[in-house]
Design a protein around this ligand. Sequence first.
Ligand code: 13P
Ligand code: SF4
Length: 317
Amino acid sequence: VEATPEWAAEVKRLARERGATLLAHNYQLPAIQDVADHVGDSLALSRIAAEAPEDTIVFCGVHFMAETAKILSPTKTVLIPDERAGCSLADSINAEQLREWKADNPDALVVSYVNTTAEVKGLTDICCTSSNAVDVVNSIDPDRDVLFLPDQFLGAHVKRVTGRTNMQIWAGECHVHAGINGDELTAQSKAHPDAELYVHPECGCATSALYLAGEGFVPEDKVKILSTGGMLDAARASHAKQVLVATEVGMLHQLRKAAPEIDFQAVNDRASCPYMKMITPAALLRCLVEGKDEVHVDLEMAERARKSVQRMIEIGN
Ligand code: 13P
Ligand code: SF4
């Protein structure tokens, strides 16, 4: 199946017929982003899913995102074009491991990145995304110990910004972002000294970016650690000629649409998420024709997880 105008028209017709809204994450293939009703980062999409008037949500993203939509709207039908679209970061901690960690730290508050399974969310006090992680941690009583999971690089970023010392961080990572390393970033930013740098906090190179700024290789105001939604806001406000982008390559599509006059270049053009890319034009068409794959979350588990997700969508932007 090719992403032709006919394909797009058929996708839109089938979605209307089902009374469905189509959501797509910023890392989706360009054709999927262009056919969607809403494109955004994980926090924005969670908010849209929670408020959508439609009875059916078709989530073009990875499984934990669709699951989060189902947790927020248990009476809605939530479809994902391919339920095998997982996430290496969400896989880096399971419920059993979290139970043990909590047992060792019984008084600590648990903050989980939204990239986790529903079961892990059910053992969590507050969820966060990359765009509100700092606000979420700042909202917690400074005397209370915090367990932050599962991403070590986002955790290190939050710890740095909040200055919090009573915060333990799980050693998980996203294989796509961890692979965008400091050497590549250093080489690219030295080759393009006038470019701004947008770095997603899940990147292995987030620390290197701050080092480059600290050592004066890149002016401090040119290095920005941002969620995917934050990158779009920054691009719209920027006067830069060139921006080097350290995140999954799907992001370049929305950035180029938001600020066509800026030359956006990937720090690592092999940083493509194989899970995000499982949502192909063929998979989306099949999903709308067959009403599959439907996302189910056990009702009790959803109930437990909902509180932590609701606090996430209420805090920060
Ligand atoms: P955000 O869209 O929240 O920045 O998340 C990035 C990500 O890796 C989602 O899988
Ligand atoms: Fe998970 Fe990383 Fe893919 Fe995002 S880019 S869905 S964190 S594996």
